[in-house]
Design a protein around this ligand. Sequence first.
Ligand SMILES: [Ca+2]
Ligand SMILES: [Ca+2]
Ligand SMILES: [Ca+2]
Length: 214
Amino acid sequence: MREALTSASKRRLLATSTVMAMVASLVLLATAATGAPNPPGNNGTVKIDDVAFDNVPNNEPHVGCVFQVDFYGFDEGDLFADVTFAVHPPTGNEVILTDEVFIGEDDNSGGGSEAGLDASETYDLSALLAGFTPHPQQGYHVKLTVNADGSQGADTKHKVFWVSGCTPPPTTTTTTSSTTTSSTTSTPPTSTSSTSSTTSTTIDTTTSTSRPRR
Ligand SMILES: [Ca+2]
Ligand SMILES: [Ca+2]
Ligand SMILES: [Ca+2]
């Protein structure tokens, strides 16, 4: 009786271990086929992110002057993305801002999903777009070009989007200073002029400084 039980349980054990081994090899096969880190190709994707800023990999092609570019699924390594913003017809056709963003923190796992987020950069184009005429309804037409290190073959990604709701940068600040001087004679008239310059430009200049590539 005891013999029979043990042999039966042995058989069961053998059966379960074979199944487990099969499952393990299947998983291995699956990861080799799809999830291998840094496979060749133009890995990664970029999305335009309007407020509220998030990590959701949807593209929002109508944004305010302050927006984000989110990077997903890029390869691991000493890898940077060259980011170029240009005004696009009908707004214009010239480069207005270039930047570099580190994108190589981890491999391409997660792909174009929230788990695959590699970088999230905030940009403010209000001062740079001030010299152009916006479309009355749509705003400024802007083209983003991203050239990513680590790609094999084509490394270029594009996103075209509209920017609206920009407040023009405060360039004229001379009007308010003259009115307050007559009433208070005792205080030195130095307090009014200093505040205007600090708030004018908040261009995102988080260019990753040194680039030790290749
Ligand atoms: Ca958003
Ligand atoms: Ca974001
Ligand atoms: Ca990655």
